[in-house]
Design a protein around this ligand. Structure first.
Ligand code: MG
Length: 382
C-alpha cells in the first residue's frame, strides 16, 4: 500500500509530538513531507533530519538555524499557505488558536483532507470549513478526543436515527475545589490537568471548562447538530470520551485510555486501523467509571457553548476572541482566573455584529472583538 503523505502544522507542540510518535511507530505507513512551527526552529531542524522532511515553514528563526540544502523553506503566514497547498493525503493541524483557520481552509481548498486537533477554526468558521470540504470532496477528520469518539460512533448515512450526543469532560483541575477559593487560583494550579498533558492555552480552557463550551460548538458544526442535541457530562476518569444516543434507546460509546495518539491514528489513518504499541485499556483495573452533572455555578463559562449555537454566528467569534485574549492575560499574570469568564461575559453582552458569511467577515469581527476584549480587560488587571 502506498505511503500516506502527511503535512504536520505545529510540529513542535503537544499534538505535533504525538503525531511524530505515531509516525515513528508506523514508518512503513507514513511519509512526512512538510512541517511547520511558530518559534522552535531548532526543534524543527531536528525533526526535519529525523524524518527527512523536504518542506519546512517557520515564522522567526531566532537561532539562525541553517537547514540542509534541498529543503524548501517557507516563511510566515504566506508560507503556511504555500505549505498547505502542497498535494498530500492529510494535513494534520496542531496549531494553537485561530491562527489555524487560514491554513485549514487553504488545505481543504487545495483538495487536502485535514485531521484537525485545533478547535478554534471550527468554532468560528465551522460552517464555512464544512462547505469547503464538501465542495472539494475532502474530509475534516476530528482529532479532538471527544469528537473523534463521536466520529467513530456516528452513523452519518442514517443521521435520522440519531437522537443526540454526549461529550464527556474530565472536569479539569478544579472539579473538587470549592468555589470560595477560585479567587486565589494560580497559573501553576490551572495548568495542572489531572488527565491530559496539553499546551498552555487548552489547559487553561479545560480549567474554566470553556474548552468544553468550545467543543459543544465544534460538535454542532462537525456533526450538523442543534444545541439541544448536545449534552455534556463530567467523567473524571476520562475513559469514555463521546457517546451517540440513537432514537431506539441504544447508545454507542467510544472508550480509550486518555492518550492523543489513538485519536490521531484514527483520524490520520482513516479508514485504516493500525496496530499500535500503546497501553491497553483494562476495565477491571479501571474498575469504576463515574458520571456527574457539570456545576454551572462553578463553571459558568460552560454555558457559552449552547448560547453560541443558539445565537447568531458572531457569538462564537466573540467568545473565541475574548477567551484567547483573557487566557493570554491570565498566563501573563495580569488578571485573576475568575476574570476570564467575566471578561468573556462582558464582551458577549456588549457587542453586536451582523452575522458573518465569509472568512473576511469572520476575521473582521474577530479583530474588533479582540480590541474590545483588550480594552475592557484593563479594569480587571490585578
Ligand atoms: Mg477535547
Amino acid at each position: 500500500m502506498a505511503l500516506k503523505n502527511i503535512i504536520l502544522l505545529g510540529a513542535t507542540g503537544s499534538i505535533g509530538k504525538s503525531t511524530l510518535n505515531l509516525i515513528r511507530q508506523k514508518r512503513e505507513k507514513f511519509n512526512l513531507i512538510g512541517i511547520s512551527a511558530f518559534r522552535n526552529t531548532k526543534q524543527l531542524k531536528i525533526i526535519s533530519e529525523e524524518f527527512n522532511v523536504k518542506n519546512i515553514c517557520y515564522f522567526e528563526n531566532y537561532d539562525d538555524i541553517k537547514f540542509s540544502s534541498g529543503v524548501n523553506i517557507m516563511k510566515g503566514n504566506q508560507g503556511l499557505l504555500e505549505l498547505t497547498s502542497i498535494n498530500c493525503d492529510v494535513v494534520v493541524s496542531g496549531i494553537s488558536g485561530l491562527a489555524g483557520l487560514m491554513p485549514a481552509y487553504n488545505a481543504l481548498n487545495n483538495g487536502n483532507n485535514i485531521a484537525i486537533a485545533n478547535k478554534e477554526p471550527l468554532v468560528v468558521a465551522g460552517h464555512i470549513l464544512k462547505e469547503c470540504s464538501k465542495k472539494n470532496n475532502v474530509k475534516i477528520l476530528p482529532v479532538d478526543s471527544e469528537h473523534n469518539s463521536i466520529f467513530q460512533c456516528f452513523d452519518n448515512n442514517r443521521r435520522e436515527n440519531i437522537s443526540h450526543i454526549t461529550l464527556t469532560a474530565s472536569g479539569g483541575p478544579f472539579l473538587n475545589r470549592s468555589l470560595n477559593s477560585f479567587n486565589t487560583i494560580t497559573i501553576e494550579e490551572a495548568l495542572k490537568h489531572p488527565k491530559w498533558e496539553m499546551g498552555n492555552k487548552i489547559s487553561i480552557d479545560s480549567a474554566t471548562l470553556i474548552n468544553k463550551a468550545l467543543e459543544v460548538i465544534e460538535a454542532g458544526h462537525l456533526f450538523g447538530l442543534k444545541s439541544s442535541q448536545i449534552n455534556v457530562v463530567i467523567h473524571p476518569e476520562s475513559i469514555v470520551h463521546g457517546l451517540v444516543h440513537y432514537k431506539d434507546g441504544s447508545v454507542l460509546a467510544n472508550l480509550a485510555l486518555p492518550n492523543m495518539i489513538s485519536p490521531l491514528s484514527v483520524a490520520i489513518g482513516y479508514p485504516e486501523r493500525y496496530n499500535l504499541n500503546l497501553p491497553k485499556l483494562n476495565l477491571v483495573e479501571v474498575s469504576q467509571l463515574n458520571f456527574l452533572n457539570p456545576d454551572f455555578k462553578k463553571f459558568p463559562g460552560l454555558n457559552f457553548g449552547w448560547d453560541a449555537l443558539n445565537g447568531p454566528n458572531y457569538v462564537s467569534i466573540i467568545l473565541n476572541a475574548a477567551n484567547e485574549i483573557a487566557v493570554d492575560l491570565f498566563l501573563k499574570k495580569r488578571i485573576k482566573f475568575t476574570s476570564i469568564v467575566q471578561i468573556i461575559d462582558e464582551c458577549l453582552n456588549k457587542q453586536k455584529f451582523i452575522s458573518a458569511h465569509s472568512l473576511e467577515e469572520i476575521l473582521d469581527i474577530d479583530k474588533k472583538s479582540r480590541i474590545f476584549a483588550k480594552n475592557i480587560s484593563e479594569k480587571f488587571y490585578v
